[in-house]
Design a protein around this ligand. Structure first.
Ligand code: URQ
Ligand code: ZN
Ligand code: ZN
Length: 479
């Protein structure tokens, strides 16, 4: 399959140039003016449009078994919905149950993901610890191309990682050249606050944000950052939702610590008033963790993204239908946590970021694709429009408008947190592995076409750290 994208402006994180893009056998082969179409190529007229690296969503949970149910979006429907929104690659999560061998869980998720229609990788969560976990982490890095390990500091009694797990796992990850990532909420505080609120008779979704106020996230983010600092490992904080955790990231980065932050499009645009909706279904549809915050946190997150304190955008796409959310009808702690967005991330960020002047087009590309590719070591295969990179591209029509709705989205869920939002600037075409998979509203995907991406460990940077450690050996006194 060959595709020639003609007449567009190529927008990478570092520059924008008027150029055609020629793709053959799944790779970009040429970028330049007035290119000849390869024989048999499909030609896409990109006149007046932008040609950008396909989006990378570094945080999704397709068909996740969670809180007594299973997320409604699976790897087939979820990756197809992503393509309809310009996202050509996801990084999902293998989440072993405590005591479950990591390799066994990894194999399970690999089976589930075989039906994906676009490329994907996996972070693997460390939810317990013993020598077998230590060993399995090595196998996952050396044999399965995993270079990032997740730690949920929330969800006590389920998948929560305590400090012992954090310290052991961060150390092991960095020995292997893999990066630790965290869901930063103090699980003990959440647990106690949930009990307190329920005991006061606050059982509705309005209790959810009250059980996990910003300081609950701020404490955990700072703790994880300090642990990483003491162990001299880098760290990636997922779904930074509030000033409290953002300030810890800024402080650490200003002191030269290697800390990365991710922000969800939902947290950039939605505030906590949603939990006061009198309709249980609407309020419950927004129950996700960390929760949506009071308005002033959104502006802080935008500034974090604009200033480079936050590097990536994601969705934490984890969908539950109304009848699943109703499991928590009388007890908000039982509402399955999660919201969708994999289809809308890029158009929502373009509309509220680029069209408002908050972000340049190049910063948009960095935040939706390039940073994730670089941090998780998939660059320049992903996250770049250049010869030799994968032909994962989105052709972006800055003039097209649409109104987002669950009635018309491709996501397998009956609610859309961006319901009714009119956006200007949407994908006209998406190319995945060099195939035209989305064309003016029509998906043309192939079940199982998605490939599992092996991501190598960070050897070069790791070596530098090793030298740094050697330069400052521990002090010992012979008495
Ligand atoms: O915590 C997560 O990231 C997973 C379990 C999705 N749910 C959520 O509320 N964020
Ligand atoms: Zn999380
Ligand atoms: Zn998540």
């Amino acid at each position: 399959m060959s595709v020639l994208i003609r007449g567009g402006t190529v927008v990478n994180a570092d520059q924008s140039i008027r150029a055609d893009v020629s793709c053959v056998d799944g790779q970009i082969v040429e970028v330049g003016p007035d290119l000849e179409a390869p024989s048999g190529a499909e030609v896409v007229d990109a006149d007046g449009q932008y040609v950008m690296p396909g989006g990378i969503d570094p945080h999704t949970h397709m068909q996740l078994p969670f809180m007594g149910t299973v997320a409604s979006e699976d790897f087939y429907t979820g990756t197809a919905a992503g393509l309809a929104g310009g996202t050509t690659c996801i990084i999902d999560f293998v989440i072993p149950n405590p005591q479950q061998p990591l390799i066994e869980a990894f194999q399970q998720w690999r089976e589930w993901s075989e039906k994906a229609v676009s490329d994907y990788a996996f972070h693997v969560a460390v939810t317990w610890w013993d020598e077998t976990v230590h060993a399995d982490m090595g196998t996952l890095v050396h044999e399965h191309g995993v270079n990032s390990f997740k730690h949920f500091m929330a969800y006590k009694g389920a998948i929560m990682a305590d400090d012992e797990i954090l310290v052991n796992s961060f150390t092991r990850a960095w020995e292997l050249g893999a990066i630790p990532t965290v869901h930063a909420e103090n699980g003990e505080l959440v647990w106690q606050l949930q009990r307190k609120l329920m005991g006061m008779g606050i059982t509705g979704p309005e209790g959810h944000p009250q059980s996990r106020p910003p300081e609950v996230e701020g404490e955990a983010a700072n703790r994880a950052i300090r642990i990483a600092q003491a162990l001299k490992t880098p760290i990636y904080i997922v779904h930074v939702s509030c000033k409290d955790s953002l300030e810890s990231i800024i402080r650490a980065r200003n002191e030269g610590q290697r800390v990365f932050g991710e922000v969800l499009t939902g947290h950039l645009l939605i505030d906590d008033s949603v939990y006061l909706d009198p309709d249980f279904e609407v309020a419950a549809a927004h129950v996700m963790s960390p929760p949506f915050r009071p308005k002033d946190h959104q502006e802080a997150l935008w500034r974090g993204l604009q200033s480079g304190s936050l590097q990536t955008t994601a969705t934490d796409h984890c969908c539950f239908y109304a009848e699943q959310k109703a499991m928590g009808k009388d007890d908000f702690t039982k509402i399955p946590n999660g919201t969708g967005g994999v289809e809308n991330r890029m158009e929502v960020l373009w509309n509220s970021g680029v069209r408002t002047g908050r972000l340049t087009m190049n910063e948009f590309v960095r935040a939706t694709s390039t940073s994730a590719a670089q941090i998780f070591n998939m660059y320049p295969r992903k996250g770049l429009v250049a010869p030799g990179s994968d032909a994962d591209l989105v052709v972006w029509d800055p003039e097209s408008s649409k109104t987002i709705s669950a009635k018309t989205h491709h996501q397998n869920v009956d609610y859309n947190i961006f319901e009714g939002m009119t956006v200007t600037g949407t994908p006209s075409h998406t190319i995945s592995q060099g195939n035209l998979v989305y064309k003016q509203g029509e998906l043309q995907v192939e079940r199982g076409a998605g490939r599992y991406l092996h991501r190598p460990p960070f050897a070069p940077y790791f070596d530098a750290i090793t030298k740094m450690r050697a330069a400052t050996p521990p002090v010992s006194v012979n008495r």
